[in-house]
Structures are given as structure tokens and as C-alpha cells.
Design a protein around this ligand. Structure first.
Ligand code: ATP
Ligand code: MG
Length: 554
């Protein structure tokens, strides 16, 4: 690893500030993980691995009103799936509630914390602004004994929610607002997903986080840039309490991606409002959504490596992520034939009951994937848009009187078109040239188009779900006053095709397996599949817009 975080770690190891590297990934279990978390996971676990160190998983569960065990379970599953392992180091900030409480009493006894009776609004008012110093709370100079007594009674449940808080006594005139006597404990009667009703006071993030890091012996606490201004407070707690392990906090830039949201709150809104099918809807930027869609952990990890670790915020193009997915699947996914919008073709001069089998490579990029047999017969399906009755100039596929190659099979020529009463094309009649078996004509005659096909009587029926971007605006959360980010949802982000025809080699495809549908894109078997009706999600089309962007900038 070669980045500014590693540089800082190298200095710390050289100076002797630390003789080991221990990081943590600290999700709050208030939603599912998304692509931004994947970046943080790759950095936290990656930096530890690169330094022969360890990385903990710690649930940052200090806000009982928004947290849930469903989220805990999904987060564990997602991290494992991404390929990372916390081994036996699974922790919860709530494991430390007793110890954190002791730390708070210690601060009180040192004269470094006090119980404040101002309301939340008053605290905000007293806090001042960036240009104006704050005002001291009238409760700031309560004697230690009184603070201790009140704090213990807060814990004992003697006071109503929100009536009092414990605050650190730092500096109301500090240019850093985080240092203006921040709240470190609040009264909140809420059932915690792990500690139940044991507590009615809960520590604030800024207090719990540095101390949890220190308790676990974390050397480097890697977090996103918005915590930079909190670092003096982070250090203040560790210094003032003079804890043994003085963890160093290092901030890196969040991942932002075009056409994508990385706000758990907004993603939750999409789930709750039914705008998507759930957290694992294949259009969601969540890890579970990307998994269901068919993205591979290797592709996501590779994406995180490519975007790297920087100190300044930027926006990554969504097409880079898709590019990484295609690159990974290009060599891995077997290439089979599937027809999404079938048009029936009768090959008039082909024997009625004959079935031929063509031996075909599973992936020309990867000969090790072997070959398979694909049956051919008199009645086949081709894509509706591989035929045009009145083709424009550059259209090289099938048209009346025109000859094309059926992939791996024969040349066929369109002789006539059958329409229904409304004028819709329902069937083509073609002839084939037996001399062109395997795809070439012995007389050297050329065809300009090659199309895929599926034999009618061997076909497997399937449902295919085509996904497009969930949002149609590059920055979905950017909206004008009075508007909502949901207005940026792409109304065409999902198209369901229920009459797709697959070659028989798709039989028994298990959920999660990935294929390239020849000429169409990459697809993954969805867990909604049944034996009668397999369901496929389109992972990505074959068009790599990132490669185009990259080529242009060269
Ligand atoms: P919340 O607003 O609920 O705190 P969060 O996105 O910060 O949302 P956390 O569960 O606190 O969620 O995040 C866990 C870790 O992942 C934190 O260290 C956080 O900095 C990091 N993280 C969150 N979002 C991103 C992102 N978009 N890019 C990189 N890292 C992220
Ligand atoms: Mg957070």
C-alpha cells in the first residue's frame, strides 16, 4: 500500500509511537452497507493486512432509536462476502457502556465534566457561531459532588428524557465549535438492541468513539473527512483521561459516485417508501444490492483499489465501477445464448425432425472453461431487433432477401415475413445453406452480420430483469429548494421481460451464478428463480462507457 495513511503509519512505526498496526471498521447498525462503506472496509482491513496488523469489526451502537439486529446481521454478511475477516474480534460499543460510564465519572471528578440543565435549544443558542464565541452555561461551575450526584441520578432514571445532559468542560471560546463543552451523555429511554432497558443514558459518538478505540488498543482510527474537525476533541478525551492507548485518528475522503446516493438515511427512505424492492434491490448501491445484481466481490475490491485513498473529496464516475465488473466477468462468465425478445424463425428447407448439436466454446477468452453442445433445429428464435423489414443503410443483420450467419451454426436467408392482423411481424421463413455448417461458406461468400439464436423445442423459458441507473441525475441529492431527491429517480430503471428463451445449457442454473448472454451483457440468476421459471438480473450491458472515457482522455 502506498498512500498518505501508510506514510503516517510508517512515521509512527519509525518514531516508536506504535510498534504494531491495529485498525477497526466501525459501522453504526442503522442501515445496510453501501459502496462507500466498501471503500472504508477495503481501507481499514487493507491497511491492517499490509502492515501485518489486525482489524476489528466494531458496531458503533450508541443510538438505540435507529439501530436494529437486522442491520447487524446484514453488515456481518456483507463484510464476509466482500472477502474480509475480523476473526474473533467482533465488538460492540455497547459492550463498553459500563467502562464509558466510569470514564465519565472520572471526568466529573477531575472537574472536566458537568451536568447541564439547559434545553437542547438553549445549548445550541449558547454555543455561538464560527465568528462569535459561545456563552458559558449557568451550570458550568457546579461543584464536583453535585455533578456526581446528578449524573448518578441521571443513570438511575430520576429525570425525564432530555431534561439534563453531561457535558465536557473544555472551552466555550474555542474557534472549533466541537470543543465548546460538547454533550457527552444524554438521557434517552429507548430499548437498546443489545442492552435492552438497562440504560436510560447513552454516550454520544464523539465520546464513545475515541474511548472504544483506545479500549480495543486500536493504533490508527481511520475515518472520513467530516471527522477532521472532531479530531481535537478525540485527542482531548484520550489526553485528559490519560488512557494507555492513545489512538491516532486519520481522515480520508468519502467515496462519492455519479448517479448514486451514499446516504443511509436517503437509502432507508427509498426502502421504507417502496421506491425499491428492499435494501437488496439490484439497483441499490448497497453491498447486498450489488451482490444480488451479480457484481463480484473481486470487482468491488478492485474498484476500491483503483480509486485509491485521498485526502480531498471527489466524485467517481459510476461507469468505472461497471468497468471493473465487466473486466472481472469477461474472463470468468461462461457465454451462452439467450433471446430476450423472441421472434420465431422457420427454416423451410431444414428437415422437420432433425436435431444437430454444435460444439461451442464456453468462453473464447478462457479456453480452460471448455466447450458445450448447443442443439439446432428447424424452428428457432432470434431477437426481434435482429430483423428489420426495411433496414437503414448501416443495418447488417437479417432483412428480407438478406443472408446472415447464425452464431456457430449456418448461414440463413430470409425468404418471407408473416404478420398478424395488426401488421405485427410474428414469424420469419428462411432457408439455410447446408454447406455453411460451422459458420463459413466454402465458396468464400461473406455475410456482414452474425446473430444469436435458440432452438425452439429445446428452449428454457425465463424472466429477465433489465436494470438501468436508479437515478437519472448525475448528483441525485442535488435538488432545488422545495424539491426532493426522489424526483431524480429514473422511471425506467427496471424493465421486466417474461418471455425470454434460453439455450438448454442454462438448465438448473443456481441463484448467484453469472453468465454472459452472447451479444447482450452479463446476467446473474436471481433468488426469485423457481425450477419452472428461472429469473435473471442484468448485471451490465457489454458497452463499456468507462473504456471510452479513458481512451478519450489519453
Ligand atoms: P451515518 O450518517 O449513519 O453515520 P455513515 O455513512 O457515516 O452514516 P457509518 O456506519 O457511521 O455510516 O460508517 C462506518 C464507516 O464507514 C465510517 O468510518 C465512515 O466514515 C465510513 N463511510 C461511510 N460512508 C462512506 C463513504 N461514502 N465513503 C467512504 N467511507 C464511508
Ligand atoms: Mg457515521
Amino acid at each position: 500500500m502506498d498512500n498518505f495513511i501508510q506514510d503516517i503509519i510508517n512515521e509512527d512505526l519509525k518514531s516508536g509511537r506504535f510498534d504494531r498496526v491495529h485498525t477497526r471498521f466501525p459501522p453504526e447498525p442503522n442501515g445496510y452497507l453501501h459502496i462507500g462503506h466498501a471503500k472504508a472496509i477495503c481501507i481499514d482491513f487493507g491497511i491492517a493486512a499490509a502492515n501485518n496488523g489486525l482489524c476489528n469489526l466494531r458496531f458503533d451502537d450508541t443510538n438505540p432509536t435507529k439501530e436494529d439486529t437486522e442491520y447487524v446481521e446484514s453488515i456481518k454478511e456483507d463484510i464476509k462476502w466482500l472477502g474480509f475477516d475480523w476473526e474473533d474480534r467482533l465488538y460492540y460499543a455497547s459492550d463498553y457502556f459500563e467502562q464509558l460510564y466510569e470514564y465519565a465519572e472520572q471526568l466529573i471528578k477531575m472537574g472536566k465534566a458537568y451536568v447541564c440543565d439547559l434545553s437542547a435549544d438553549e445549548i445550541r443558542e449558547y454555543r455561538g457561531t464560527l465568528t462569535e464565541p459561545g456563552k458559558e452555561s449557568p451550570y458550568r461551575n457546579r461543584p464536583v459532588e453535585e455533578n456526581l450526584d446528578l449524573f448518578r441520578r441521571m443513570r438511575a432514571g430520576e429525570f425525564p428524557d432530555g431534561s439534563r445532559v453531561l457535558r465536557a468542560k473544555i472551552d466555550m471560546a474555542s474557534p472549533n465549535l466541537n470543543m465548546r463543552d460538547p454533550v457527552i451523555y444524554r438521557i434517552l429511554r429507548a430499548t437498546h438492541h443489545r442492552t435492552g432497558d438497562k440504560w436510560c443514558i447513552y454516550p454520544m459518538y464523539d465520546f464513545a468513539h475515541p474511548l472504544s478505540d483506545s479500549i480495543e488498543g486500536i493504533t490508527h482510527s481511520l475515518c472520513t473527512l467530516e471527522f477532521e474537525d472532531h479530531r481535537p476533541l478525540y485527542d482531548w478525551f484520550l489526553e485528559t483521561l490519560n488512557v494507555k492507548c492513545k489512538t491516532r485518528q486519520i481522515e480520508f475522503a468519502r467515496l462519492n459516485m455519479t448517479y448514486t446516493l451514499t446516504s443511509k438515511r436517503k437509502l432507508l427512505e427509498l426502502v421504507k417508501g417502496g421506491y425499491v424492492r428492499g435494501w437488496d434491490d439490484p439497483r441499490m448501491p448497497t453491498i447486498s444490492g450489488m451482490r444480488r445484481r451479480g457484481y463480484t466481490p473481486e470487482a468491488i475490491r478492485n474498484f476500491c483499489n483503483i480509486i485509491g485513498v485521498a485526502k480531498s473529496n471527489s466524485v467517481v464516475d459510476f461507469s468505472l465501477l461497471e468497468h471493473c465488473v465487466r473486466e472481472d466477468l469477461n474472463a470468468k462468465a461462461p457465454r451462452l445464448m439467450a433471446v430476450l425478445r423472441p421472434l420465431r424463425v422457420v427454416i423451410d428447407n431444414y428437415p422437420e425432425d432433425l436435431v444437430e448439436e454444435f460444439e461451442v466454446e464456453n468462453n473464447p477468452e478462457n479456453p480452460e472453461m471448455g466447450t458445450r453442445k448447443v442443439p439446432f433445429s428447424k424452428y428457432i428464435y432470434i431477437e426481434q431487433d435482429d430483423f428489420m423489414e426495411d433496414p437503414p443503410k448501416k443495418y447488417f443483420r437479417l432483412a428480407p432477401g438478406r443472408e446472415v450467419r447464425l452464431k456457430n451454426a449456418y448461414f440463413i436467408k430470409c425468404e418471407s415475413v408473416i404478420k398478424d392482423a395488426d401488421g405485427n411481424i410474428v414469424e420469419l421463413h428462411c432457408t439455410y445453406d447446408p454447406e455453411t455448417r460451422g459458420g463459413n461458406a466454402p465458396d468464400g461468400r461473406k455475410v456482414k452480420g452474425t446473430i444469436h439464436w435458440v432452438s425452439e423445442k429445446h428452449a428454457i423459458n425465463a424472466e429477465v430483469r433489465l436494470y438501468d441507473l436508479l437515478f437519472s441525475a448525475p448528483n441525485p441529492s442535488e435538488v432545488e429548494e422545495g424539491h426532493d431527491f426522489k424526483e431524480n429517480l429514473n422511471p425506467n430503471s427496471l424493465e421486466i421481460l417474461k418471455n425470454c428463451k434460453l439455450e438448454p445449457n442454462f438448465a438448473h442454473a443456481v441463484p448467484g451464478s453469472r453468465y454472459q448472454f452472447l451479444r447482450l451483457g452479463y446476467f446473474c440468476v436471481d433468488p426469485d428463480s423457481t425450477e419452472e421459471m428461472p429469473v435473471f438480473n442484468r448485471i451490465a450491458t457489454l458497452k463499456d462507457t468507462w473504456a471510452k472515457i479513458a481512451a478519450k482522455s489519453e
